[in-house]
Design a protein around this ligand. Sequence first.
Ligand code: MG
Length: 277
Amino acid sequence: MEKMAIGVFTSAGAGLGASIERVKSLGVTTVQLHTPPKDRRTQGAAEEIKKSFADAGLDVTLVFCGFAGESYASIQAVKDTVGLVPVTTRAARTAETKEVVKFTSWVGAPGIGIHIGFIPEDTDSANYKDLVETTRGICDACKKVGLTMNLETGQETAETLLSFIRNVQRDNLAVNFDPANMILYGSGEPIAALKRVGQYVKSCHCKDATWSDQPGETWGKETPLGEGQVGIETFVKTLNGLGYTGPLTIEREISGDQQIADIKKAVGLLNDIKAKL
Ligand code: MG
């Protein structure tokens, strides 16, 4: 795979052929995939997905976990429902994540991505310690099949994320850095945060956003790449300065024709930036 190969975040739905054609038409060479529904997480389905993307010349660079019952309706809803942090669903979601690990190894991607949820600030709490143990267990399951576990950024500050990674003490625990999320959640200036956690960044989302007038209370606003407050050129240059060679995966969280148009523009923008490196 070429350095900083451009990609998109997409799904491998039942209509695989159509979605792959659409991805190819965007002019990208890599994809991150949402985990398909449970009935398509079999070895057979994974091998079909692997072959379809390989035939199309697309590298699958990460498979993203998602769970039934998650809500991104508000920052509070994320706190209550997303990832491994909510206590009542932790055991079941941990088991499910380990199924996704198997699926990912069958697809041949190098890692899983996950929104772990809002990491508790109190590192002495039983809840925090259990989350550390849970994460170790998933990292160890990943390690057995040669995968990394990439934590999506945004919900916490770079400092909290850094200290969590250090407490887990697993060399395959990594970061999927989403600069727009730092703004959307109000958890810190993205370039400074990237520099702070840079050594752990194995994948990223190229996404942009503008700050909320009440950061951390209400959502900021996602924008087309280059039209928000991330500073995408500085973002890519900072990644380059950190020695990052992984994919640049465009994430645009809208749907329909506008999503396609925005992604095409984003591909052009990233190619222009890469040419200047
Ligand atoms: Mg993201």
